[in-house]
Write a protein that binds this ligand. Sequence first.
Ligand code: GLU
Length: 442
Amino acid sequence: MTIVTRFAPSPTGTLHVGNIRTALNNWLLARRHGGRFLLRIDDTDAERSREEHVHAIRADLAWLGLDYDDEQRQSARFAIYQAAMDRLIADGRVYRCYETQAELDLRRKVLLSRGLPPIYDRAALNLTDADHAARAAAGEAPHWRFLLDHDTQITWDDGIRGPQTFDPRTMSDPVVRRADGSWLYMLPSVIDDIAMGVTDVLRGEDHVSNTATQVQMFQALGDHMPHFAHAALLTGTEGKLSKRLGSLGVAELRESGIEPEALIALLARLGTSDPVDPALDADHLAGAFDLSRFGRAPARFDELELERVNAGVIHRLPFARVADRLPAGMDEATWLTIRPNLTRVSEAADWWQVIKGPIAAPDFDAETRAFLTEAAACAATSDWTQDPWSALTAMLKDRTGRKGKPLFLPLRQALTGMDHGPDMKALLPLIGRDEALARLLT
Ligand code: GLU
């Protein structure tokens, strides 16, 4: 059987780390098994859905490298939902209700005050045809609830949480369609998962209770039942994910210099027992994707770890991947030289400045100045064709008797204006003889 997964964002905002992780896990699962990964835009809520968010979702997935095999939009599928709804009406599995929110709130309060679970009392099931006709005549449109089957325990074997059991008697019949005709997410999602042959629904733990009601919707509509798996929610390093971290989106991450590979490498491992490895690209991660590696403990999202993974990714990025983001004129040799010193690709500009100058050298004392003058004299005659740094330092060592730090550090400081940085062996040829002489003498 071909694995089919889907990512089903509502375009009411941009993607944040939590739903990027959901998208990634579904992509990994599909790619792991040579299956299909679908993008489903859940835009049944016309009021809150925005076309700009649809564009942003597509762009974010493209930036992350999460390619999808097909895209569907719920707003184009209302006729299909209506047909399924008609069947459920005929089967008596959805029913009309008229309670206002205020009425429902009041009933909930009464139930709670009696220590009873605040579930819908199904009062509308007692309405007669005449009652409905009277409501219609008064211009009152119903909203619709799905009738849970109280006699069938809800069970599924969750891919992460293990066997799950829910008693439908403890749950309210969910509203599936509002009085204005708009659809709530739950039923269309089930209809789509059936129609699109979705085999695996992998989403966050916050959907567990939705799954409980959706299991009965799947049963009511046929015999297709996907595998469900609910990943533990993301938390911050010290408990709950902060609002800021939780709402971090692709745009902010990209602007702050995070590479998609870093985000993918980290998010793919969150909540699992596997170490994060910046060397692993999405295809390698897909090869190892295994739901049994996911634990039930909250998955900690640590920004510092993201920074570390990001640096690890950058230290491996080939020139071709970054060429268009580097300062004009920077070639591959330069990129490979400075790459190990970067935590952000944008810092390449700082090293480009160091190479091209002008640089601000520190104030040296007289003794160091004399040493640097000697260095300039050596640099003027030493061999620059092969390995100018080794040639220069060997000659200088001979002439001054200095070695180790007293030999190398003033040179680095005079030549780069810094105490540390890329390997001087690779850097010096990039600076070039004329510029090096000038820097040693100022
Ligand atoms: N549109 C729903 C959401 O974003 C989809 C949930 C799901 O079934 O994966 O929460």
